[in-house]
Write a protein that binds this ligand. Structure first.
Ligand code: UD1
Ligand code: LIP
Length: 365
């Protein structure tokens, strides 16, 4: 008889990294053929701008999640409870209660951590006490070895399992890249529009590049979050960047692929990250990347080989590396081709599914 896992994870909408990985797991034939699985959507926000805000609708959805969890714990009787736990903000308390239910039922628990928020929980004694309780006798799946120090205090190394993310293959709808004749180098930022993704740092870098009279254009794509389109435009106007920078809204599916295919450089100057699916998506399109030395990103991007990694928050360093790529088409091509090869070797969806199933099988054995 197949072993049973209750997956409590995020599912789109909204589209963000944790919900994309949740969808990949829910749709995985490798996982669902090997395991008797049930899925509960842990998300209570239905759009990016609802995240972190309270509403009656969210309370209703949360009560539904609590009820569904209790029902599955009582009747499905899983061998393992998998939870895409968020330690960020209020979500920490919301998710902790779900974990508590699984603990009351004596279930084996594995956390899949998509955010780095443990550090912000270390000043309050209540949070520290809760972390001790939550992580006691549990296993943890991390996206990179660079993230272990955050939970080292609570989880011994033998209970940590590493599984890098992967991304789905391209749809094949988008034909090859054009713009061989274009002189203007296209820089793309694609991620939800958040301060923590380094949006304003990239704008500062664009200002430096514009002052150097480099021929480039920077397109920002992503759902409005703690930065709205009005805030973005205000900053663009303040910096005098309206001829060089444009916010194109959020884009999914073929439209997103089209945007990647039209870009020459991918810029992702994030200030807080565990992994960054968007870097993998850029690698699928053979784009050279400028990103930051943050979280698991150095596992993904080889500094000086498939892209450049700069100190986070440093607009000058970001501009310097972007300039290197803007002025050197051969370097862009070289980095991009190596990045694509690296994606194919290490970060496909199949590689992710195979890695995760090995971990899950080990835990339910
Ligand atoms: C702050 C943090 O730690 N973030 C993590 C979070 O995802 P987080 O959502 O922050 O970031 P990611 O880049 O991983 O994922 C964003 C996803 O949303 C998609 N998108 C975004 C905007 C848009 O307009 N259209 C669109 O499709 C992107 O293409 C991507 O697939 O969980 C991911 C999965 O483990 C990790 O890789 C991230 O490091
Ligand atoms: O608001 P919500 O959908 O219930 O849950 C949110 C998640 O969808 C998101 O991935 C995470 O970053 C937030 O901190 C919060 O956990």
């Amino acid at each position: 008889m197949k072993k049973k896992i209750l997956f409590i994870l995020h599912l789109p909408p909204p589209v963000h990294g944790s919900s994309m990985v949740g969808k990949y797991i829910k749709d995985s034939s490798i996982i669902n053929e090997a395991i008797d699985s049930k899925y509960i959507n842990l998300g209570t926000s239905r759009s990016m701008d609802e995240i972190g805000k309270n509403s009656f609708q969210k309370i209703g959805l949360y009560l539904k999640i609590v009820f569904q969890t209790l029902k599955q714990l009582m009747f499905f009787k899983p061998d393992l409870v998998y939870i895409a736990f968020t330690a960020k903000g209020q979500a920490f308390y919301k998710d902790s209660f779900i974990v508590l239910l699984a603990k009351i039922f004596g279930k084996k628990i594995v956390y899949h951590l998509h955010n780095r928020s443990m550090a912000e929980r270390q000043d309050k004694w209540l949070d520290v006490a809760m972390c001790k309780m939550l992580f006691k006798n549990t296993d943890v799946i991390l996206l990179s070895k660079y993230l272990y120090p955050e939970i080292q205090k609570y989880v011994p190394e033998n209970r940590v399992h590493y599984c890098p993310n992967g991304v789905q293959p391209l749809s094949g709808q988008i034909s090859t890249r054009k713009k061989e004749n274009s002189q203007e180098v296209q820089v793309l930022f694609l991620s939800n529009l958040m301060k923590a993704k380094g949006v304003f740092v990239l704008l500062e870098a664009c200002k430096i590049l514009q002052e150097k009279r480099l021929l480039f254009y920077c397109t920002f794509i992503g759902g409005e979050s703690d930065i709205t389109s009005e805030m973005f435009q205000k900053k663009v106007n303040e910096l005098g960047l309206s001829e060089t920078v444009h916010y194109a809204g959020k884009k999914y599916g073929a439209e997103k692929e089209q945007a990647f295919s039209e870009a020459d450089i991918f810029a992702f100057p994030t200030l807080n990250e565990t992994f960054g699916l968007v870097n993998l998506e850029a690698m699928q399109f053979s784009l050279p990347i400028v990103s930051t030395l943050e979280g698991g990103i150095p596992d993904v991007i080889e500094d000086g080989k498939t892209g450049f990694l700069v100190e986070k928050g440093n607009a000058e360093a970001l501009a310097e590396k972007l300039e290197k790529l803007i002025i050197d088409a051969a370097l862009r091509l070289e980095f991009g081709q190596r990045g694509k090869k690296r994606y194919e070797e290490k970060f496909t969806l199949k590689a992710f599914e195979n890695c995760l199933i090995v971990i899950l099988n080990k835990l339910i054995k």
